[in-house]
Design a protein around this ligand. Structure first.
Ligand SMILES: [Fe+2]
Length: 484
């Protein structure tokens, strides 16, 4: 009850945070900022990382600025990766330290031993400077020190070794492989997870250990990482979670994690502060452009949408306009696969959260027009796969085919079934949230089961294979494959 109240307060807190008092600092204007006493000033800091062709903006935070040489007592922890620029030539790293540490450096190169030995740039080792800030909220007024570095102008399909921190206080050395060249016909894979909140039965870190063992290139996450997005302590539990001797950082520091906003994040400043995501701001968009975004990875295009908005008009309005334009620009020769992700499903047979018909009316016509392959959702803590759907009649889905042919089955690569000729809607959302009952009683539902689950999507040129497994047992729940 108290936590529910806090959540409502958090949403109110976000709703009251206007954009009018944002202050964009010049990258070189941070001198003296650390001497500032009360009152606390919240600022947005904007700069262009060296070698990158995009700007980075913090959310409204305390004491933002470029990192410098100040080293405190604590070593970097909770290291995790994502990307805000091209997936094949850049990546970004976020981490936490004690409040006093301002050093926000990253050393990297393709020679692991050289990176491990380095205290600064040198032969085979490059350095990159990042930014740092304190993220605070009504529930955490003293703030937590976070850091972020962006590295650009890298080679595709290349493993880089890196460590973050500053002289004498480095993280361990991690390896990060850039995405394959855009449009690749080589095999690659990504994981799909969602709804980690509560971490029931320690399913969140267990899912990450299982995904690590499967060797994916990317992970997407359909929202509700934590119970209360405005509570930094929940994020520390999320990034610090362990299953036996495995800490989630082991995966997150090596494989990019690209999330969407769930209702439990509520687009809180603390959510925005955790991840470096593409920041191209479109009209009507909040959150430094991280409210919705798209990216290419391998031969796939991903659109990540936000369905938890303060103003419902944004769904069909600003976001619908952006989605239509974004998908219209996709080159299907180069990226034949299109995946969409948002939190609340508009095809689900589960009774706890019924299908969101407003989202269906707003976005399905756009998904249909551009023949999106798979839409990944969370919010209902089950696994569900729809039959292929194309079109809506009087609010009811139109199945793309009738009978068993409506369901994609295993086909051999190269033979090509032509695909399912409709969009598949997949709810894959239970890596720690309490399970809900599942039902397959709806005409549009092919499979539904109340189990913890994580998915791995393997792509090789124009053949796709999705495999869903139980987090606790690793037992197979569902698998299918098709070519197009
Ligand atoms: Fe949710």
């Amino acid at each position: 009850m108290i936590r529910s109240l806090l959540f409502v307060l958090a949403l109110t807190f976000i709703a009251c945070g206007g954009d009018d008092d944002h202050v964009a600092l010049d990258a070189g204007a941070d001198a003296g900022r650390r001497d500032a006493g009360p009152p606390v000033v919240l600022q947005v800091f904007t700069y262009t990382p060296d070698g990158c062709d995009y700007e980075v903006s913090t959310p409204e935070v305390q004491d933002p600025g470029l990192g410098d040489e100040v080293i405190g007592e604590g070593a970097p922890d909770h290291v995790h990766t994502s990307f805000a620029g091209p997936s094949w030539s850049s990546f970004a790293v976020n981490w936490r330290t004690d409040r006093e540490t301002l050093a926000s450096a990253l050393l990297y190169g393709t020679d692991e031993d050289a990176v491990r030995a380095a205290e600064g740039p040198g032969e085979g080792v490059a350095s990159q400077r990042g930014h740092t800030f304190l993220v605070a909220s009504a529930f955490d007024p003293t703030g937590t020190r976070l850091h972020e570095v962006h590295v650009c102008a890298l080679e595709p399909s290349t493993t880089y070794y890196y460590k973050v921190g500053g002289p004498g206080r480095w993280s361990e050395v991690y390896d990060y492989a850039t995405a394959p060249a855009l449009g690749t016909t080589e095999a690659w894979s990504f994981a799909i997870t969602g709804d980690a909140r509560n971490n029931r039965d320690n399913a969140w870190p267990l899912s990450q250990r299982r995904i690590m063992n499967r060797g994916v290139d990317l992970q997407i996450f359909s929202g509700d990482a934590v119970f209360l997005g405005a509570l930094q302590r929940d994020w520390e539990l999320f990034f610090g979670a362990r299953a036996d001797d495995f800490e989630v950082t082991e995966l997150l520091a090596r494989v990019a994690f690209m999330p969407t906003n769930g209702n439990h994040e509520g687009l809180a400043v603390n959510y925005l502060a955790q991840f470096a995501l593409p920041q191209e701001v479109s009209p009507g968009e909040r959150g430094q452009g991280e409210e919705w975004y798209s990216f290419d990875f391998g031969n796939a295009h991903f659109v990540v949408l936000n369905d938890t908005v303060l103003d419902q008009d944004v769904i069909a309005g600003a976001q619908g306009t952006w989605l239509r334009e974004d998908l219209a620009a996709v080159d299907r020769e180069r990226t034949p696969w299109i995946f969409a992700m948002h939190h609340r499903p508009f095809y689900t047979c589960e009774s706890n959260h019924r299908p969101d018909l407003g989202l269906r009316a707003a976005w399905q016509p756009i998904f249909d027009e551009h023949e999106v392959d798979v839409v990944f959702n969370g919010h209902n803590h089950v696994y569900e796969r729809s039959r292929p759907i194309r079109g809506v009649d009087g609010g009811e889905p139109r199945l793309a085919a009738e009978g068993p042919d409506a369901v994609p089955v295993m086909t051999r690569a190269g033979e090509g079934s032509g695909g399912p000729s409709g969009t598949l809607y997949v709810v894959a959302a239970a890596v720690g949230a309490p399970l809900y009952d599942a039902s397959a009683a709806c005409e549009f539902t092919h499979v539904a089961t109340s189990e913890t689950n994580y998915g791995v999507v393997e792509i090789e040129d124009r053949t796709l294979t999705i495999t869903i497994r139980n987090v606790m047992t690793d037992a197979l729940i569902d698998t299918f494959s098709y070519s197009k």
